[in-house]
Design a protein around this ligand. Structure first.
Ligand SMILES: O=P(O)(O)OC[C@H]1O[C@H](OP(=O)(O)OP(=O)(O)O)[C@H](O)[C@@H]1O
Ligand code: HPA
Ligand SMILES: [Mg+2]
Length: 196
């Protein structure tokens, strides 16, 4: 598995530090409140668990939205796979993401939460790939600003043939181009950077 990684961007230790920094900031900003931590399945599970350890009162909910139906590019269509179980009306919601890339998933979820009457909606994402944006969405709490390359690990997968690979890597790294585009193995990275 490690052999499929071109370069490690964020080590296990660096991610642990980022989770602590973001978790403590959230604990401070939501002092005396009981926000709902909304974990976006599946990728954000690891990040959410590590961040919420530093918070005091929270509730945890899950949502699953999907737009990457295999491969490395967003289909453009976001669909709701599993809905939130509880009522978000008048609640403070913190969307926990592993990555905000095109911004489409985040836009979809924010609209849903606002439409259901959430009191506030903020986002805490391990990675913010600003150069990938197709729709304008801002992230309030960021682990790392990540360059425009397809990354995997620590929750983030590369899915192919119904398999979702690399989520269990303890670090985040860039996937080798020969793994997702063997026919372009002779090209340099930026020539096959995912497009949206
Ligand atoms: O900003 P966007 O371009 O919308 O991309 C970001 C979304 O894509 C990934 O989810 P994915 O649909 O792959 O589901 P997964 O977490 O189960 O892998 C990621 O976890 C974000 O939710
Ligand atoms: O770079 C990425 N890696 C894995 N999943 C993703 N979903 C959006 N961008 C990415
Ligand atoms: Mg995925």
């Amino acid at each position: 598995m490690d052999n499929d990684i071109e370069r490690v961007l964020y080590s296990q230790e660096a991610i642990a530090e980022a989770a602590q920094r973001v978790g403590k900031q959230l604990a401070h900003d939501y002092e005396n409140k009981t926000p709902i931590i909304l974990v976006v399945l599946k990728g954000a599970a690891l990040w959410a668990v590590d961040v919420m350890r530093y918070m005091e009162y929270t509730e945890v909910e899950f949502i699953n939205v999907s737009s990457y139906n295999g491969g490395i590019t967003s289909s453009g269509d976001v669909s709701l796979v599993t809905d939130i179980q509880s009522d978000v009306k008048n609640r403070d919601v913190i969307i926990m993401e592993d990555i905000v890339d095109t911004g489409r998933s985040l836009k979809f979820m924010k609209e849903l939460l606002v439409q259901r009457g959430a009191n506030s909606v903020k986002t805490a994402s391990l990675l913010d790939k600003k150069e990938g944006r197709v729709v304008k969405e801002d992230v309030e709490y960021i682990g790392f600003d990540v360059p425009k390359a397809f990354v995997v690990g620590y929750g983030l997968d590369y899915s192919v043939d119904d398999k979702e690979l690399y989520r269990n890597l303890p670090y985040v790294g860039i996937l080798k181009k020969e793994v997702y585009a063997p026919e372009h193995a002779d090209l340099v990275d930026h020539e096959i950077t995912p497009t949206h």
